[in-house]
Ligand binder design. Structure first.
Ligand code: FES
Length: 144
């Protein structure tokens, strides 16, 4: 999912914004290669097994960055979106965090409804209404 967010990082850099990418992987073998990122991106690697970068979980590290970030752009599973939303008050702020929701698109025109997606404010189709949604819309639609 990181490859989908690198274009956003490139766009932010072109606007002279500071970009930090905090990414979690199971192990070093799965790490997105730093060489594929723009050199201006600060890249914080977390691995579950500690084989590269910092060992731990995303929620254990993210708080350090949220204190000074102007925005958070998340490319995570819905389950992780719920965890981040529940853990960090900052992630619950209006217009602070966005979530990229990815699924295969069949018609890509809002007709087949194969990409329908439950949000807090009702069913949306990713191809027409997204793929970027307010994190609050994604996380609050799930009962935990
Ligand atoms: S892909 Fe068909 S409605 Fe989105």
């Amino acid at each position: 999912m990181i490859s989908s967010i690198t274009l956003l990082a490139q766009s932010a850099i072109e606007q002279e914004l500071a970009v930090t990418l905090v990414a979690h992987f199971a192990s070093a073998a799965e790490v997105y290669p730093p060489a594929l990122l723009p050199p201006e991106v600060e890249y914080h690697i977390i691995t579950a097994d500690g084989s590269l970068g910092e060992q731990g979980a995303l929620r254990e590290v993210l708080g350090d960055y949220l204190a000074w970030a102007d925005a958070a752009c998340c490319s995570v599973s819905r389950e992780t979106a719920v965890v981040l939303y529940s853990t960090f008050e900052r992630m619950r702020g209006r217009n602070f965090a966005q979530a990229l929701v990815l699924r295969p698109l069949v018609c890509a025109s809002g007709v087949c409804l194969s990409c329908s997606f439950e949000t807090h404010s009702g069913v949306k189709v990713i191809c027409r209404d997204g793929p970027v949604f307010d994190l609050r819309e994604v996380a609050r639609s799930v009962t935990i």
